[in-house]
Design a binder for this molecule. Structure first.
Ligand SMILES: N[C@@H](CCC(=O)N[C@@H](CS)C(=O)NCC(=O)O)C(=O)O
Length: 374
């Protein structure tokens, strides 16, 4: 009898330990790559309230950005930021707080970003971040709609790699030292791609992508690799800065080696907040779809019943989400629609074309598609 009781207690102890280990979902574990972290999968906000309540009570939005991603988020001397990603921080602040300037930016490296979100250092992460299965599940994030459909490419200098052209492929990188920043899909894709193609590379990772650019210019790295938009932006910036030969740097292969759907990220299980971030993005898509811009919104906001609802008139749905009725009017009025944000940050200054890319509206052959506002 005593033996059976002892066995029962031993089994119960094991069960308890197993239950205990499930609560260790709250602990941080480093993946094999050493760059991404697994975070809590349970309640993510400190006191059980939605991040929406926290942001409203604080009166500012804490937005995690890169701060050094050309065209996407570049920190300015006064602490503000410019770029496609940081404009979405502003759109969220305009919607929730009525003020696009009510944003505190935190510059984060790729390797730091998910931990910062997990630790409530930021309310939303908008940092060239690719939506992947592991980030959505194992790492405990939730992804808002994709705002930029990207793909990974490489960049090289044909003066040091003779014969390199935009038509080159993996064969051109055999034996090369390839540099990128750590904690990214980039390092995984290039390692996997080279192995599948049967070529051998030396991968060197740095903390921030600008360091990879410095090594590339110094000749320590034969090639750099990241999202195509990043390569395009960096090359344009170097040409503008007068870096000798930068205009001849080759971005290849023509067909990117991966899919990199980039967009805002929130902590998982914070559905009220995710709805807000989702619909700020969708509102920018719908305004773009109807040609409603920051300049035309006052005259066009009642052109269709959907626009009337979306911008706070009859049938509006924003107050039911915990937002002011005019939340999306403020986003568009203060920051602009999707096309304006794209043009202002990417096409205008860098020559990154939206036309012909997946970032066109669905009716123009692209993937930008918002559900109906009703
Ligand atoms: N989209 C990839 C790559 C993200 C990434 O780090 N992109 C570079 C390309 S521009 C970047 O943001 N660099 C700026 C920095 O390192 O601060 C990911 O989510 O892992």
């Amino acid at each position: 009898m005593m033996k059976r009781l002892a066995l029962l207690f031993a089994v119960l102890a094991l069960v308890a330990a197993a239950c205990g280990s499930s609560s260790s979902e709250d602990s941080t574990t480093t993946t094999a790559g050493g760059t991404e972290t697994t975070v809590a999968t349970g309640q993510e906000t400190p006191s059980g309230e939605s991040t929406l309540d926290t942001v409203i009570a604080r009166g500012t939005l804490k937005c995690g950005i890169s701060g050094s991603a050309v065209g996407f988020s570049e920190t300015q001397a006064d602490g503000s930021a410019t770029g496609f990603d940081s404009d979405y921080c502003k759109s969220i602040a305009a919607a929730v707080l009525g003020d696009a300037t009510a944003v505190e930016y935190t510059a984060l490296s790729a390797a730091q970003r998910f931990e910062a979100l997990k630790n409530n250092e930021i309310d939303v992460l908008i940092r060239n971040t690719t939506y992947t299965q592991s980030r959505d599940t194992d790492i405990g994030m939730d992804f808002a709609p994709t705002t930029y459909y990207d793909g990974q490419q490489l960049m090289g200098n044909p003066e040091t790699l003779p014969g390199l052209t935009a038509d080159s492929g993996f064969e051109a990188i055999d034996g090369a030292t390839v540099c990128t920043n750590a904690g990214t899909t980039t390092e995984k894709n290039i390692t996997e791609g080279a192995s599948v193609a049967g070529v051998s590379i030396t991968l060197e990772t740095v903390e921030q992508f600008p360091e990879a650019m410095e090594k590339f210019k110094a000749g320590t790295c034969d090639l750099v690799t990241t999202d195509g938009s990043g390569l395009f932006g960096n090359r344009a910036a170097e040409v503008a800065a007068g870096t000798p030969g930068a205009e001849n740097w080759v971005i290849f292969p023509k067909a990117p080696i991966s899919k990199e759907p980039l967009g805002p990220v929130v902590r998982q299980n914070d559905s009220k907040w995710k709805d807000v971030v989702d619909w700020v993005v969708f509102a920018s898509f719908i305004a773009d779809e109807h040609g409603v811009t920051s300049a035309t919104i006052d005259s066009m906001m009642n052109d269709t019943p959907e626009l009337t609802r979306l911008f706070g008139g009859e049938g509006e749905l924003q107050t039911a989400m915990g937002l002011p009725a005019d939340a999306f009017y403020q986003s568009i009025k203060q920051v602009g629609n999707y096309g304006e944000i794209f043009e202002r940050n990417l096409t205008g200054p860098l020559g990154l074309e939206r036309v012909g890319s997946y970032n066109m509206q669905w009716f123009d052959g692209g993937l930008i598609y918002a559900p109906p506002a009703r």
